[in-house]
Design a binder for this molecule. Structure first.
Ligand SMILES: CC(C)(COP(=O)(O)OP(=O)(O)OC[C@H]1O[C@@H](n2cnc3c(N)ncnc32)[C@H](O)[C@@H]1OP(=O)(O)O)[C@@H](O)C(=O)NCCC(=O)NCCS
Length: 274
């Protein structure tokens, strides 16, 4: 399979993505785009093929994004001009394979673009395992058993607007489940459970990163959740506790907020950043 990666060797996500491609037995064409940026037409074509808006492929952290006064409502030609003038504004890594083009954040999103089939397990350089996700329904027996073992609500799993996934290691071992409900840009994270023998090894953090990206691709820009016991975990992965009254109306109207979760449950939120 022909694979090209627009790579920044100083970026952990880009380095993990390149390592995952090689882990799959593929030696890609590596373009260090800060040294040899794509021309404008190529960049525009790559972004179009990701299916994302130009602004979604703009990197904000550690770039002149703020200084240049860039924003999501600016015309895409101005954003492209800025990326050409300052290639650090191009988020990384963009990966091209015969299966498509993707901004691979988190890095294991690259697995969507590579041949299917099991691989040896892979641990990223921050200690988290690389994961594959597959959609599950609210009738999935393993999902229901995992929710029951963690005392998490299951009464409304088959109501519309919910997306649930099973998460496996690259060798195919089941590690956990999670999902979200999407209300415009607000993604209500729920039903997160790591199998008890797999806890404490970065799986929960990796699942949240994958769920955030899946929600982002459907228009989600902020994560919300309610939990009675999980707040310390979510605070460790950069969620902030907020007062229940600070949550938007569509989050307060969820079945969980309306009764499935006790009123004493903590409310936590964080933006989705790629
Ligand atoms: C909560 C849960 C998902 C965490 O999964 P996990 O795979 O054990 O967590 P991770 O190993 O990814 O931990 C990520 C970070 O959170 C921290 N963390 C995990 N559990 C924690 C806890 N109970 N208290 C404080 N910090 C915690 C870890 O130390 C780690 O921090 P680091 O990145 O600084 O090292 C898992 O314990 C679980 O399934 N619990 C039962 C169901 C549940 O409570 N779900 C959440 C409510 S929806």
């Amino acid at each position: 399979m022909d694979v090209t990666i627009y790579h920044n060797p100083a970026c952990g996500t880009s380095t993990n993505t390149l390592a995952l491609i090689r882990h799959a037995g593929i030696e890609p064409t590596v373009i260090e785009y800060l040294k040899t940026p794509p021309d404008r037409a190529t960049l525009k074509d790559l972004i179009t093929r990701t299916g994302m808006k130009v602004h979604d492929v703009l990197r904000q952290k550690g770039t002149p994004y703020g200084e240049l006064g860039l924003g999501p409502d600016m015309p895409k030609d101005i954003l492209l001009d800025a990326m050409m003038a300052h290639p650090i504004l191009i988020n990384r890594p963009l990966v091209v394979t015969p299966k498509g083009v993707k901004l691979c954040r988190p890095s294991d999103m690259v697995l969507d673009l590579l041949p299917e089939g099991p691989l040896p397990d892979f641990i990223k350089d921050d200690g988290e395992p690389a994961l594959r996700d597959t959609a599950v329904t609210g009738d999935d027996a393993g999902f229901l058993a995992a929710l029951a073992s963690a005392d998490l609500p299951a009464d409304d799993l088959n109501e519309p607007g919910r997306s649930f996934f099973a998460f496996r290691s690259l060798s195919g071992e089941l590690l956990g489940y999670g999902g979200f409900e999407l209300y415009d840009a607000e993604a209500f994270l729920r039903s997160l459970v790591v199998l008890s023998e797999r806890r404490g090894a970065g799986v929960g953090k990796a699942i949240v990163a994958r769920l955030a990206r899946r929600a982002f691709d459907l228009g989600g820009r902020r994560l919300w959740l309610m939990t009675t016991t999980g707040a310390p975990f979510f605070e460790a992965i950069k969620f902030k506790r907020v007062d229940r009254t600070d949550a938007p109306a569509n989050i307060l109207a969820t079945r969980q907020a309306q009764g499935l979760c006790p009123s004493s449950a903590a409310v936590l939120t964080r933006p989705i950043y790629l």
